[in-house]
Design a protein around this ligand. Structure first.
Ligand SMILES: C[S@@+](CC[C@H](N)C(=O)[O-])C[C@H]1O[C@@H](n2cnc3c(N)ncnc32)[C@H](O)[C@@H]1O
Length: 239
């Protein structure tokens, strides 16, 4: 059933449950629209959890979604791909609490959300070579020049991902804001450990990432017939 929480019910008939709507979250938690990731209160790295206690099977491939917000994208992916683990990082704590509640209500053991500033915590969060895939989708644009250091994809984050991702692991980036999409793409192109599969300077075409299902922001952008700029990178082999 859509737009309500019905633990386990639709899993039994094999349907994908997409019931963590904006309404569901907003009704239960007051959530600020934006937070400043450079604020002091987000400057401390969190301690990593014990991963074998987080996931039922930590040996499964791990997919990371940075800026998971209301979490619906990986909520769906975790159900579509039960043989993978999914991790969302999100800086707005009430959203994370709500997402993990929904995860528990649905009995999903391959899905987890963590409240943290990804730019501060990711480096110490996961073991090297533990990531099979990463997505950064519609990150906050921070349009003003003086605010651009608040953007999620920074050279340091790309360097951290180069350590964590396995060789050939895909990196999927998208935004409806051209400058942000170009900024993300250029940071990955500037790191020698990644290859832009569309060729440097190019965005990916529509056929990229065939397994992809739209995020909440993506659905909204598409319904308004606005453009989406996508990039698809691969971690190069490690020497
Ligand atoms: C515009 S939303 C996009 C949400 C989702 N990815 C989608 O496509 O629908 C961007 C999210 O990234 C989160 N975010 C921004 N900076 C972050 C950071 N440094 N670490 C973790 N999350 C961050 C924001 O709180 C927000 O929920």
């Amino acid at each position: 059933m859509l737009n309500s929480i019905t633990p386990n019910s639709s899993q039994t008939n094999g349907e994908v449950i997409v019931n963590i709507t904006n309404d569901n979250v907003a009704r239960r938690a007051r959530v600020r629209e934006h937070v400043n990731p450079l604020a002091k209160k987000y400057s401390t790295a969190i301690a990593p959890p014990i991963w074998t206690e987080v996931y039922d099977n930590w040996e499964q491939p791990l997919s990371l979604d940075i800026g998971s917000a209301r979490g619906r994208y990986i909520l769906q992916m975790a159900q579509l791909k039960p043989n993978w683990n999914f991790l969302g990082l999100e800086i707005r704590e009430p959203l994370v609490d709500r997402c993990n509640q929904v995860r528990d209500q649905l009995g999903l053991t391959n899905l987890h959300y963590i409240f943290c500033n990804a730019n501060v915590s990711l480096a110490g969060l996961l073991p090297k070579d533990s990531l099979h895939e990463v997505t950064v989708q519609f990150p906050d644009p921070w349009f003003k020049r003086r605010q651009q250091k608040r953007r999620t994809v920074q050279p340091e984050l790309v360097a951290t991902l180069a350590e964590l991702l396995l060789p050939k692991a895909p990196v999927f980036l998208q935004s409806d804001v051209f400058d942000v999409a170009e900024d993300m793409r250029s940071h990955f192109e500037a790191n020698e450990n990644f290859v832009n599969l569309a060729g440097n300077g190019n965005f990916a075409d529509e056929t990229i990432f065939p397994e992809h299902i739209p995020t909440e922001r993506e659905s909204s952008v598409i319904s308004q017939e606005l453009p989406v700029y996508r990039s698809y990178f691969q971690r190069k082999p490690k020497s």
